[in-house]
Design a protein around this ligand. Structure first.
Ligand code: NAD
Length: 333
C-alpha cells in the first residue's frame, strides 16, 4: 500500500523501514498533518500519523476525497481523531494499543524521582561548582502514598514499580482490575484518592469525560504539597488551574511529559525562537516543575514495537479490509 507518514523524524524512518521490510511504499513527510498539509498525502491509501497530527472532521473529509482508506496511528491514544467523522467517511482507524507500558511507566518514575530528589537542580549546581545542599531536601518514597488515575497497561505497570519502592498504592478506574489488589493496592473513589495521595499520577486516556479531570476543584481536594505527574495527555490537566496551585503552594511538585498545547512546541528544536505560549513559559519558571517533551514512549523496545504493530495494522488492512488493532467509534462512548 502507499503510505504517507506524517510528522516523521529520522528515528521514525529507521524503525518503520526495518519493520516494513519493503512490503509497503512508505513516503516520509516531515510536517504535521493539518488542513494545510493534507495535500502532501498525494496518492496515499494510508496516512500514518502521530500524537499531534490533526484528524478533525475537515481533514478527514479531505483525506477521504483524496482516496485515503486507513488512518494508522503510531501511538496508543486516539484523542486527536474524530472517530465519528472517520466512520462516516468510510476510513478505518488503527492504533498501537500496548507497545511498552514499561517505557512510559519507567519515565513516570524518572519524573517522580527527579522531582523528589531535585536532580534537575543538582545536575546544574554541581556543574557550576556549587555543592550546597540547601533546597535539595527530598523525602523517602517508602510508605508514601501514590494515587494512580487509570490502571490500564501503564498505570498497572507503575503500580507494580511503586509497590517495589514500598509505597502504598491507591487507584481509581471505571474498569477496576483485580490485579491491583494482588499487588497490594486498593481502589478508592477519586475524591479519596486525591485526599490521601502524596503523589498523583495520571494514566487515563483523554476523552470528553477525562478532559480537565484535574481542575481547580480537584486540586483543592489534594494534600498540600502534592506531587502531580502527567504522562498521559496534556488536556487531562487544566494547566491554568495547576499554575495557580503551584503559585499557592498547594501543588508542591509538577512533572509533565505532555501539555495541553504541545502541538505547537513538542518534537521540534525551537531553541533559537521565542516561546509564544505564555502559559507554558510560566510553567518553566517554577523550580519545582520538570517538563519533558513527550518522550515517555521513546525507548528502543517501544519504537520497535510501535513500528511492528503499525506495519501489521497496514498489512492486515490490505489483506482483510480491517487493521489488526482497530479503533471504533464505540470506544468513545
Ligand atoms: P489503557 O487503555 O491500557 O488504560 C487506560 C485506563 O484508563 C483504562 O483502564 C481505563 O478504564 C482507564 N480510564 C478511563 N477513563 C478513566 C477515568 N475517568 N478515570 C480513571 N481511569 C480511567 O491505556 P495505556 O496503554 O495504559 O495508556 C494510558 C494513556 O497514556 C494513553 O491513553 C495515552 O494517552 C497515554 N500515553 C502516553 C505516552 C507518552 O509517551 N507520554 C505513551 C503511551 C500512552
Amino acid at each position: 500500500m502507499k503510505v504517507g507518514v506524517f510528522s516523521s523524524k529520522p528515528y521514525d524512518r529507521q524503525f518503520l523501514d526495518a519493520a516494513n521490510g519493503g512490503r509497503h511504499r512508505l513516503t516520509y513527510i516531515e510536517p504535521r498533518l493539518t488542513a494545510e498539509t493534507v495535500a502532501l498525502s498525494d496518492t496515499a491509501d494510508v496516512v500514518c500519523v502521530f500524537v499531534n497530527d490533526q484528524l478533525d472532521r475537515a481533514v478527514i473529509k479531505k483525506l477521504s476525497q483524496r482516496g485515503v482508506r486507513l488512518i494508522a496511528l503510531r501511538c496508543a491514544g486516539f484523542n486527536n481523531v474524530d472517530l465519528a467523522a472517520a466512520e462516516a467517511a468510510g476510513i478505518a482507524v488503527g492504533r498501537v494499543p500496548g507497545y511498552s507500558p514499561h517505557a512510559v511507566a519507567e519515565h513516570t518514575v524518572a519524573l517522580i524521582l527527579s522531582l523528589n530528589r531535585k536532580m534537575h537542580r543538582a545536575y546544574v549546581r554541581v556543574r557550576e561548582g556549587n555543592f550546597a545542599l540547601d533546597g535539595l531536601l527530598g523525602f523517602d518514597l517508602h510508605k508514601h502514598t501514590v494515587g494512580i488515575i487509570g490502571t490500564g497497561r501503564i498505570g498497572m505497570t507503575l503500580a507494580g514499580i511503586m509497590r517495589g519502592f514500598g509505597c502504598h498504592v491507591l487507584a481509581c478506574d471505571p474498569s477496576p482490575d483485580p490485579a491491583l489488589e494482588r499487588l497490594g493496592g486498593a481502589y478508592v473513589d477519586m475524591d479519596e484518592l486525591l485526599a490521601r495521595s502524596d503523589i498523583v499520577s495520571l494514566h487515563c486516556p483523554l476523552t470528553p469525560h477525562t478532559r480537565h479531570i484535574i481542575d481547580a476543584t480537584a486540586i483543592s481536594r489534594m494534600k498540600p504539597g502534592v506531587m502531580l505527574i502527567n504522562t498521559s495527555r496534556g488536556a487531562v490537566i487544566d494547566t491554568q488551574a495547576v499554575t495557580a496551585g503551584l503559585k499557592s503552594g498547594r501543588v508542591g511538585y509538577l512533572g509533565l511529559d505532555v501539555y495541553e498545547e504541545e502541538g505547537d512546541l513538542f518534537f521540534e528544536d525551537l531553541s533559537n525562537q521565542m516561546i509564544q505560549d505564555d502559559v507554558f513559559a510560566r510553567l518553566l519558571t517554577f523550580p519545582n516543575v520538570l517538563i519533558t517533551g513527550h518522550q515517555a514512549f521513546f525507548t528502543d523496545q517501544a519504537m520497535s514495537a510501535i513500528a511492528a504493530t503499525t506495519i501489521n495494522n497496514i498489512s492486515t488492512f490490505e489483506d482483510t479490509g480491517r487493521p489488526a488493532h482497530e479503533v471504533s467509534v464505540e470506544r468513545l462512548a
